[in-house]
Design a protein. Structure first.
Length: 633
């Protein structure tokens, strides 16, 4: 109890000094500490003084901004988790490769097209195996524009716009069906970099074993309302590597800018140094098109100073780069040595390294300004290595199978040395059981002091692997409404945007287009009449412009659903193949008159006079007044 009394006295002083006045929060808290309430709660729950300090360090009051936002890939769930730091609250799941009815993703026509356009051989992929995403950069710093996510299982790359936290584009690799799960970005977001290591799927190459580093060109354009981002496959290119497993890419910075690094794994692993700026300058002369994709084959690469290959120690399999671009760590899965390299020498084709024994096979690494942090397996721990003298300064034991380490802004010129997240490599049962699976977690550490401290265990559910990147909330500037009539998937005005008062229904043969609007608390038009067999599209525009007023739209019997944020226009298409009367309504509570947001779809029997549920209803005398009502008679 003495330790709790000590904590209480310290907090008493802090709160009593921080606020003045009888009714201030500090005064109220001080009274509770004086009365021993904190100690009593801690004793009842079995909390230690360090638990109380961790709770204070991670607590974030409702409505207050957090310090950081982490974007964490969740494996085959196909969703990107957005996690606040240091509270570790999961704020949102962004659907990237899988459907999400809450946002209408893969339900409305526009988002269905994003996924279907990335399909191969008529396969509509409905999941993606994501790893470490990458944030867009300007002058080596996060700029709050976009996140890039790879799909290891299907060889795709996705672009998520973080001005509205929506997936905008998915491109499929024309040469490879699989890829590494991690992505890198060059210092000014010229390219998002993806690595593949499997047989080529290009028809002209006939499943030839090969690997490659692909540079997907990132383009930004300004439209009337805001900037539009997209990946341009036509000017993207791949540098071919020898066949075999490939590690994740790392983009050079400062003196190494213009280079991308990765490891060709195997019995004799090699470090690949790819000079992408040289490659970009040779696109018109040395690159050949393979199935329409610009490619530098091995012969062109050898004669163009594009690739330098340096032999590494056996077991080398992963890289980490310091923020200033001076140091590179080579991690090893078979022995306890981490190689700390001089990056400038690598760009000159040399290999100057310091070997550091971390006490076990290394799993992952990340740099801050002054230190390298390495996760180690067997024994499970985090090691802090000083860059000034290349010596280990701290060994922090962890009681779970460690995976990747995530440090805020570690992919920028200057990383923060305040927090780190270590994710578990496999489930280990630290949470209340809710079934046969125990799930994965993001374990928050305080790395700001000489000794690393545990702060919080955060569950990230429905994930098969965790890996992430973290930016400051200071650059987070999301929109809360679109200009009315915007297609959020492109950022451009929709061809189907409909102002209030201009709603209409257009029929041509068996094709029906309904130009509708939603606004508190009405769907216009609220009665739509079509014929059995018609193909019907509702083009719906939300004319709301107030914050946090989202409407849903559903026609249950036709599996139609959409979600409409303020200003958004999106479409839903279906074949009205079953005659009857079907209600449509708003599925998201929007106001006190939410239940008034409804209407009816009348599907009349086709000209063959087939019997239907509708005819039965129409012949029922009790239904005559109902039909008069919905027709407005």
């Amino acid at each position: 109890m003495k330790s709790f009394a000590f904590i209480s006295s310290i907090l008493f002083l802090l709160f009593s000094c921080s606020k003045s006045g009888k009714d201030s929060p500090g005064a109220q808290l001080s009274d509770k500490f004086v009365n021993g309430e904190l100690a009593a709660v801690a004793k009842a729950r079995g909390l230690s003084p360090s638990d109380l300090i961790s709770a204070v360090k991670t607590y974030n009051p409702s409505g207050a901004s957090e310090e950081y936002l982490a974007f964490i890939g969740t494996g085959v769930s196909g969703r990107l988790a957005v996690v606040a730091m240091p509270s570790m609250k999961i704020l949102k799941f962004i659907s990237v490769f899988s459907a999400e009815p809450w946002q209408g993703y893969a339900f409305d026509d526009e988002s269905k097209a994003i996924i279907s356009n990335s399909s191969r051989d008529e396969i509509a992929y409905s999941y993606g195996d994501m790893g470490t995403p990458a944030l867009s950069l300007t002058k080596g710093q996060h700029d709050g524009r976009a996140v890039f996510v790879a799909d290891a299982a299907n060889g795709r790359l996705a672009l998520v716009d973080i001005t509205d936290y929506e997936t905008k584009q998915i491109v499929s690799h024309p040469l490879f069906r699989q890829s590494n799960s991690d992505v890198a970005v060059t210092p000014n977001s010229e390219f998002a970099v993806q690595v593949s290591g499997s047989a080529s799927t290009a028809k002209s190459l006939k499943n030839k074993p090969m690997s490659g580093i692909t540079f997907w060109r990132f383009i930004e354009k300004q439209n009337e309302s805001h900037k539009v981002f997209f990946i341009d496959p036509t000017t993207s290119f791949t540098v071919i590597l020898p066949p075999g497993p490939q590690s994740a890419p790392v983009a050079g910075r400062n003196e190494s800018e213009g280079a991308v690094f990765n490891i060709s794994e195997g019995v004799e692993p090699y470090l690949n140094v790819v000079q992408w700026k040289n490659a970009e300058g040779l696109l018109g002369t040395k690159a050949a098109k393979v199935d329409g994709h610009l490619t530098f084959n091995e012969e062109a690469a050898k004669g163009s100073n594009l690739i330098t290959r340096i032999k590494l120690p056996a077991g080398s399999y992963r890289l980490a780069l310091s923020g200033d671009g001076k140091f590179m760590a080579v991690l090893n899965k078979t022995n306890s040595k981490v190689e700390l390299l001089d990056v400038k020498s690598l760009t000159e084709g040399k290999y100057n390294s310091t070997s550091i024994d971390v006490g076990g096979p290394s799993v992952d690494g990340a740099f801050t300004e002054n230190n390298l942090f390495v996760t180690v397996h067997n024994p499970n721990k985090v090691v802090r290595i000083s860059l000034s003298d290349k010596q280990i300064k701290d060994n922090h034991a962890l009681d779970f199978p460690v995976g990747k380490i995530i440090i805020p802004e570690a992919d920028t010129l200057k990383a923060s040395e305040k927090y780190a997240i270590v994710v578990n490599h496999s489930p280990y049962g630290r949470f209340t059981r809710v079934g046969p699976t125990t799930g994965l977690s993001a374990h928050l550490l305080d790395i700001s002091d000489e000794k690393i401290q545990d702060l919080y265990d955060s569950s990230v559910p429905q994930s098969t692997r965790l890996a992430g990147v973290v930016m400051s909330t200071k650059i987070n500037k999301p929109v809360f409404k679109y200009k009315i009539g915007t297609n959020p998937r492109t950022g451009l005005p929709s061809d189907f945007g409909t102002p209030s008062g201009q709603e209409k229904i257009i029929r041509k043969d068996k094709r029906v287009h309904v130009y509708a609007t939603v606004i508190r608390s009405h769907i216009t038009p609220d009665f739509v009449e079509v014929e059995q067999g018609d193909t019907v599209t509702f083009h719906i525009t939300s004319n709301e412009q107030s914050k946090d007023n989202t409407h849903g739209f559903t026609i249950g019997d036709y599996n139609v659903h959409g979600s409409f944020e303020p200003g958004k226009t999106a479409s839903v298409t279906f074949v009205a193949d079953q005659a009857g009367v079907y209600p449509f309504y708003c599925t998201e509570f929007c106001s006190a008159l939410h239940l008034e947001m409804q209407g009816y779809l009348l599907v009349k029997p086709n000209s063959k006079g087939e019997s239907s549920k509708l005819l039965t209803m129409q012949n029922n005398p009790k239904m005559k007044n109902f039909f008069k009502y919905i027709k407005g008679e």
